[in-house]
Design a protein around this ligand. Structure first.
Ligand SMILES: [Zn+2]
Length: 279
């Protein structure tokens, strides 16, 4: 035999019940040193738990540090002063556009007064709020650009102005005053008349006053009218772009000589087209 047989002690487990007593043989050295074995077991258990906690802590800490480093990196890349300066410039631009529109009596295009220069960009822009401020300006600029595209800016015809908007002497009877609802441009019959903004042709007709005339709807509230045409080049329902020919200059209707009568209509009210001409 290679190994000496281990000395064992017999333990009889006597049951007070009806079952028979059970016999177990355990190594005698275990009975003599059981306190040490129990101690060793608890030591190993505590060591395992401590190791596990350390691993979890290190992983969590490493993850947290990585996130912190990433946040600091992003923070270092964001120039708050630059952002603030950019937003203030955009804000100022919006304010100027707003003033431009207001000067022309188009206050309904005014942007939200609760924001921007009209309400105040915060002195210290919170970096976490940059996205929402950006969205605000993007929305407002898109809206303003859309409105500006529908503004009838510039001249419909490059001719001398012979009669302005407002009260004037009646051209047929010089003694009576009348309200001139538009601007007259002197020109030659057959010259091309172009629309001053994109839109939809809502009228292309003839009557005794305007003669041949065309009305273009540019937005819910803005229209332009071109009268005394010798010929109309568009029909109701046509979509027209800025600068597109819509008729030829003429002398039809209540007109004394070849000219274009041009009107700008805002909310069903005829307003002075002169500020829109941008001379
Ligand atoms: Zn006129």
């Amino acid at each position: 035999m290679l190994f000496k047989e281990i000395d064992k002690t017999t333990i009889i487990l006597a049951n007070c019940g009806k079952s028979r007593p059970r016999v177990r043989r355990v190594p005698t050295f275990l009975l003599r040193t059981w306190q040490r074995w129990v101690g060793l077991f608890f030591f190993v258990l505590v060591a395992l738990i401590a190791t596990l906690c350390l691993i979890v802590y290190q992983n969590t800490s490493r993850d947290y540090q990585a996130r912190l480093d990433r946040a600091n990196y992003i923070r270092s890349k964001i120039d708050v002063e630059q952002i603030q300066s950019s937003f203030m410039a955009i804000d100022s631009g919006l304010y100027q556009l707003n003033s431009f529109l207001n000067e022309r009596g188009l206050s309904h295009f005014q942007i939200d007064e609760n924001m921007g220069n009209l309400g105040g960009i915060p002195e210290d822009i919170d970096v976490t709020e940059v996205a929402s401020v950006g969205v605000f300006f993007e929305k407002e600029l898109t809206s303003l650009l859309s409105d500006l595209k529908s503004l009838p800016l510039g001249k419909p015809y490059d001719g001398d102005i012979t009669s302005k908007f407002g009260w004037r002497r009646n051209p047929f009877n010089r003694r009576i005053g009348e309200n001139h609802a538009g601007i007259d441009f002197k020109g030659a019959i057959g010259d091309t008349i172009c629309t001053t903004a994109s839109g939809l042709v809502t009228e292309s007709n003839y009557n005794s006053g305007y003669g041949n005339f065309v009305v273009v709807q540019h937005s819910d509230t803005l229209q332009t009218l071109y009268a005394h045409l010798s010929r109309r080049l568009v029909k109701v329902g046509d979509k027209v772009d800025t600068g597109q020919p819509i008729g030829l200059l003429g002398n039809t209707g209540r007109s004394k000589g070849a000219h274009l009568h041009y009107e700008v209509i805002h909310n069903c009210r005829k307003i002075n087209p002169e500020p829109f001409l941008l001379q």
